[in-house]
Design a protein around this ligand. Structure first.
Ligand SMILES: *[C@@H]1O[C@H](CO)[C@@H](O)[C@H](O)[C@H]1NC(C)=O
Length: 417
């Protein structure tokens, strides 16, 4: 026995699971876990989702197992916790499940986000796992000003946000679950292909290519758009698992517990199986994670556009006002030119782009005003977490884009011509 913990990662192949797997079982270096099982709905061979260049290599490690499973089925959930022949029960569970597409109907959110996590949480409590770390995405509208700590009352964004938030309540209400919630700011980094920042980066690349300023809505852009590198999402989840395994839920609640307020429609509680009573107080250890950049939307725009050799501006007030009320009408016009140029960039790329998974298309959700600020002081103080990538800057952007260019999923153009 190595004395190392063993871990299961559920879901999140389309978000941060691949980065987490790369941390737990690095391509070059000692693994942090004795064995790793990764479970998601996708097939990995052949892949039915974007995997990035590194992840298939990690799967080749003999201590790593990938399992394709339908986690809406309770018996499938249960069997995923059964250790392989001759192995100890799993000690850590990383829950990155949940539907991230804002456009999916409420019923899908209930089945894929709320219900899957509930099944996982109940099974993990039964199996007495030492740590259950749930990743919460920034599906909230934060306050424009304030401390932005874990106590701030933030508003779940859209149906998606409401059910992701409800999921935290159902997990918090499982008394014996060694739950820690990690709540991330806007994620970026190599092989990340979801979220507002990566879309922003692709569009900025387009404006760099056509040598024009990138113009954004929501002037003056002073509202926070805080970011976090995907390696810090992974790193903080690991740190929280280690912390929880030494602490236990009861003490963790007393040191780091936060009330997860009810934010849903009260009538839903009568019809959705397993939903916690709206009047019940739900408390769970909750930690924010974000980098130290402290970006406003304008700062983020300046950092990203300057990397691509252009500038960031805002539409004038008239357009701005119109756009606010007619985003649905504006969205197709905006995309038409972006996507056209992106396609041109892909066509001109040398070497060829072999994987056209990235796109300069922005849907309405991406174009909406997002206010995201999750001060990470608490995880630094209580868990002792140290950021690996404290700033979004030329260096972290270059590393991200270079890796995408190297795997053939980002256009390589001679910028001098
Ligand atoms: C997963 O299982 C549910 C419940 O049996 C079923 O409705 C759904 O179609 C299954 N999904 C897939 C992708 O097979």
């Amino acid at each position: 026995m190595s004395g190392k913990p063993s871990a299961i990662i559920f879901g999140g192949l389309n978000t941060c699971s691949r980065a987490l797997a790369a941390l737990l079982v690095p391509l070059d270096g000692e693994p942090l876990v004795s064995s790793l099982r990764i479970v998601d709905k996708y097939s990995v061979a052949p892949p039915t989702t974007y995997l990035g260049a590194e992840f298939p290599k990690i799967l080749q490690n003999t201590n790593v197992e990938y399992r394709q499973a339908n986690l809406t089925i309770p018996s499938a959930v249960s069997s995923c916790f059964d250790p392989s022949e001759g192995q100890e029960p799993y000690s850590y569970v990383f829950d990155l499940t949940g539907e991230i597409l804002w456009s999916r109907p409420e019923q899908v959110q209930i089945e894929k986000t709320f219900n899957i996590a509930r099944l996982l949480g109940l099974e993990a409590a039964k199996r007495q796992v030492k740590a259950y770390v749930r990743l919460q995405h920034p599906f909230y509208e934060c306050k424009e000003k304030g401390k932005h700590d874990e106590k701030e009352d933030v508003k779940p964004d859209e149906t998606l946000g409401i059910w992701w938030h409800e999921t935290l309540r159902v997990l918090a209400a499982i008394p014996d679950l060694n739950l820690v919630i990690v709540r991330s700011a806007m994620v970026y980094g190599p092989y990340v292909d979801y979220g507002v920042v990566m879309g922003f980066i692709a569009v900025a690349a387009v404006y760099g290519y056509i040598k024009q300023p990138m113009k954004a809505l929501w002037s003056p852009g002073k509202h926070p758009n805080h970011t976090v590198h995907v390696e810090d999402v992974a790193g903080s989840m690991w740190a929280c698992a280690e912390w929880m395994s030494k602490t236990g839920r009861k003490e963790a609640d007393s040191i780091a517990g936060e009330e997860i307020l009810f934010k849903n429609d009260k009538n839903k509680a009568k019809v959705v199986e397993g939903m916690v009573d709206p009047g019940q107080k739900c408390v769970a250890p909750l930690f924010n994670i974000e980098d130290d950049s402290n970006c406003s939307m304008a700062d983020l725009g300046n950092i990203i556009t300057s990397f691509f050799g252009t500038t960031f501006e805002f539409y004038n007030l008239v357009v701005n006002t119109v756009a606010k009320f007619k985003l649905e009408d504006t969205v197709e016009d905006i995309n038409e030119s972006h996507v056209g140029y992106w396609t041109e960039m892909i066509t001109k790329s040398e070497p060829k782009v072999t994987n056209t998974h990235y796109s300069a298309y922005m849907d309405i959700y991406h174009l909406k005003k997002h206010i995201v600020a999750f001060n990470a002081q608490k995880i630094k103080e209580i868990v002792g977490y140290k950021l690996r990538r404290p700033h979004i800057n030329d260096e972290t952007l270059k590393e991200t884009i270079d890796k995408l260019k190297a795997e053939g999923s980002w256009p390589v153009l001679d910028q001098a011509s």
